[in-house]
Design a protein around this ligand. Structure first.
Ligand code: ASP
Ligand code: MG
Length: 440
């Protein structure tokens, strides 16, 4: 059994959907389970519609129009989607009446994207002669925590999923991104979460491989929009790929490799626009190349928070109370360093300013706070970094040769990553300098 996951861009037109179905057909003997994202930009459009409803404007165009077009081009009747469209309209009406969009309602709103796409893909597959069934992950046991917007699966999820999928004779086309909490409320696994859904399902059924079909040739040495000499990486270890996903490689959701790493299930990142390319294979055993590292990634628009205790609180106590405050506010942390009585934290800065603002106020109750937004994390990743003398010198030499000073340097105990902070405006130049020495 294998799991094949198709992203939104790969399902954005009827031709692309048919291309994906062709890829599934090629693998039919390996008993694929298909996991899909919402078609095209539907998740973003659902969020736009939700925000319009908050202002009192209710409308499901362009969502309805886009899907109607897909169905027409695929020769499928729109009746299949009508009940979902009606429910979506009713939900938007509810938001406009209450003028309230809780994280719970936001998850329910976003769930329509994948619930629609599974129906389209399963119907198109069946029409093409592959008997398929649209399956809602939240109805087959993908039980999660109740953390709306960033839920994670509960330990019992895998057994439930395996049992439910075992009872389905047709080819299952499962909703990515979605789960359900113990009260039966729909949750989401975070933006881009369909990758994670695919690996959760793969671990549940002990799949022999996961294929993540996207629109680039796998994981790259650098963001190609910053440096067009970026090349795709043919082989990565789970640890390397996890670090890359965590520090910003857009191609994989940050938790994607957790389930497959545990079970040693290989993951392939492939390109629907170029299926002949072998993409990136992610496996347990690391490969050490002759380069100094494998890839440079970055996370833009983060916020550096420096905390100094006014009293004689130790850095450990300060760290622990500040983490509690940030967790309660729902603000994520990407890096942390401490000295005797100061703590420096790097948090997600651009995503949710409101939450960060509230957290900063609370932090002022326990320490002197200096917040510096507009920073970027740069991270160099590769097994090669392990124990090689002089590599750090090369990395920081490359950055300082461009007149850039790296701040808050950190290297995890696994030694396969080196991360540091620069200003947003220095980001491109620093990434290019590093990519140059990575490719050298
Ligand atoms: N549709 C969701 C998103 O846009 C999940 C995914 O595509 O993986 O974030
Ligand atoms: Mg994706």
């Amino acid at each position: 059994m294998i799991v094949m996951k198709f992203g939104g861009n790969s399902l954005a037109t009827s031709e692309k959907i048919l291309r994906c179905i062709g890829l599934v057909r090629r693998e039919i003997d390996r008993r694929p389970i298909v996991v899909v994202s919402a078609c095209g930009k539907t998740t973003n459009n659902l969020l736009l519609a939700a925000h319009a409803a908050l202002r009192g404007e209710v409308g499901i165009e362009p969502i309805e129009g886009f899907h109607r077009g897909l169905m027409e081009d695929l020769g499928l009747g729109f009746e299949l989607l009508e009940p979902l469209m009606e429910d979506l309209s009713a939900l938007l009406m509810g938001v406009s009446l209450t003028r309230e969009l809780t994280s719970r309602t936001r998850d329910l709103m976003m769930s329509f994207g994948e619930r629609i796409s599974t129906r389209i893909v399963a119907a198109a597959m069946t029409k093409e002669g592959i008997e398929a069934l649209a399956v809602n992950a939240f109805e087959i046991g993908l039980v999660t925590t109740a953390e709306h917007g960033c839920a994670t699966p509960l330990p019992e999820a895998e057994e439930k999923i395996a049992e439910s999928l075992g009872g389905i004779a047709k080819l299952p086309v499962v909703t990515g991104f979605l789960g359900v909490d113990c009260k039966g409320t729909i949750t989401t696994l975070g933006r881009n979460g369909s990758d994670y859904s695919a690996t959760i399902i793969a671990a549940a059924v002990d799949a022999s491989e996961v294929q993540i079909w996207t629109d680039v040739n796998g994981v790259m040495t650098c963001d190609p929009s910053l440096d067009d000499s970026a090349a795709s990486l043919s082989l990565l270890s789970f640890e390397e790929a996890s670090e890359l996903a965590y520090y910003g490689a857009q191609v994989l959701h940050q938790n994607t490799l957790v389930p497959t790493m545990r079970k040693g299930i290989p993951v392939r990142v492939l390109n629907t626009n170029n299926p002949a390319d072998s993409g990136t294979l992610i496996v347990s055993t690391p490969e050490v190349t002759t380069r100094i590292a494998k890839s440079v990634v970055y996370k833009e628009d983060v916020c550096l928070i420096n905390l100094t205790s006014p009293r004689l609180t130790s850095a450990v106590e300060l760290l622990s109370s500040s983490l509690d405050i940030l967790r309660a506010a729902g603000v994520g942390i990407h890096m942390a360093t401490t000295s005797e009585a100061t703590v420096s934290l790097v948090t997600t800065g651009g995503y949710d300013h409101e939450a960060l603002g509230a957290a900063l106020e609370d932090l002022e109750g326990i320490a002197r706070v200096e917040a510096e937004p507009g920073k970027a994390i740069i991270c160099v990743v590769g097994e090669e970094l392990k124990g090689k003398a002089g590599v750090l010198g090369k990395i920081f030499g490359a950055v300082s040769s461009r007149g850039i000073k790296a701040k808050m340097v950190s290297q995890s105990a696994s030694e396969i990553n080196v991360a540091f902070l620069v200003d947003n405006v220095e980001l491109k130049s620093a990434v290019r300098a590093l990519h140059e020495i990575v490719l050298a």
